[in-house]
Design a protein around this ligand. Structure first.
Ligand code: TRP
Length: 332
């Protein structure tokens, strides 16, 4: 809560390759959030460097991520959209919180264990303290809710523990945030292994439809989607592939599952898959056009970043100032 407004905070990795799962499950609904909360969306470039990045690519993807979120309908007039490294308070509060976070707590983070197994040649201290920087992101804005995927739940819980510990020592410093885990009803599964969630980092490119895939690619990917040995389009247990395609079709068209069964009654899987590909490509076409338009004007995007950073700094400065004062840092 900041000046009587409930606050929602989310960080997004600068990796332009968002999927239709991200779009349908989260991004498309962001505009509903801004009716209830003061919303912050931060492109977390400082988190990104916990694994090796190519500088030119990181820079390009930072612009792209901002443009893509805006193209998906995130209105920069109603939400604060900004880049983490533009607001120096994040790194400063992270240092302070490092001193109130235990080695043992960080050692238990499953993402750290997974990432250190995957990047065994670069298990750096930043990778280890990644959740502390994330806690700083969240706590700087006196955040009430943090919409995240289930993989980030443990990090938000750690953030709560850090906030509570700090508040115990220095009362009423931070709002203790609640995670909001994105709804399972909108879970979009892999097209190749429909019992697994669609993931942007899937090695099989045919399993994933990206928001920026072109029309032919989208239609081809749906055509190759794994289904079952029956022929009827109906939602049923064991028909994971068809269930997933029906969910996707339903999300894009707002048709109910029963309506979809009726629409494709007596028509084969081939025809259904073609229809799913087409509604998906049709829905994404305006998003892609807007993305290209935004990306073509770098200086407008930079102006947007500057405005977002100024808005965010206003909040961040207040919280960091309060923390420094409580800790006994001399103010000059
Ligand atoms: N760690 C998050 C992820 O990988 C990104 C993130 C960074 C974040 N800071 C955050 C998410 C603050 C929510 C709140 O998805």
């Amino acid at each position: 809560m900041f000046q009587d407004q409930l606050v929602s905070y989310s960080g997004v990795q600068p990796s332009g390759n968002l999927t239709i799962g991200n779009y349908l499950g989260a991004i498309r609904n962001f505009s509903l959030y801004s009716e209830k909360y003061k919303c912050f969306y931060c492109v977390v470039d400082e988190h990104a460097i916990t694994v090796r990045q190519n500088p030119a690519e990181l820079r390009r993807r930072t612009y792209e991520t901002l443009a893509l979120y805006m193209a998906c309908g995130l209105d920069p007039e109603k939400n604060t959209l900004y880049v983490q490294s533009h607001v120096h308070e994040h790194a400063e509060l992270a240092w302070i919180l490092n001193c109130y976070t235990m080695f043992g707590e960080l050692s238990r983070m499953t993402q750290f264990k997974d990432k250190s197994a995957k990047h065994a040649d670069n298990i750096n201290a930043g990778l280890f303290t990644y959740p502390v920087l994330m806690a700083a992101d969240i706590l700087l804005y006196q955040t009430d809710v943090v919409p995240v995927g289930v993989d980030q739940k443990q990090h938000v819980e750690l953030c709560r523990d850090i906030a509570e510990r700090f508040n115990q020592l220095f009362p009423e410093t931070f709002t203790v945030p609640e995670p909001i885990i994105s709804q399972s009803g909108k879970r979009i599964m892999s097209l190749a292994e429909p019992t697994k969630k669609m993931s942007k980092s899937d090695e099989n490119a045919n399993a994933v439809v990206y928001i920026l895939d072109d029309r032919d690619t989208i239609i081809r990917k749906f055509k190759r989607a794994v289904t079952d040995s029956e022929t009827s389009v109906r939602f049923a247990e064991g028909k994971d592939g068809i269930n997933n395609l029906m969910t996707i079709y339903s999300c894009f068209t707002d048709k109910s599952l029963e309506d979809i069964e009726r629409e494709f009654d007596g028509r084969g899987y081939g025809e259904f898959k073609r229809a799913v590909g087409e509604v998906c490509a049709d829905a994404l076409a305006p998003v892609q056009a807007r993305f290209r338009e935004l990306l073509a004007d770098k200086s407008a995007l930079e102006a947007q970043m500057r405005k977002g950073a100024e808005e965010a700094s206003w909040y961040a400065r207040r919280t960091l100032g309060k923390v420094q004062k409580k800790l006994g840092f001399v103010k000059i």
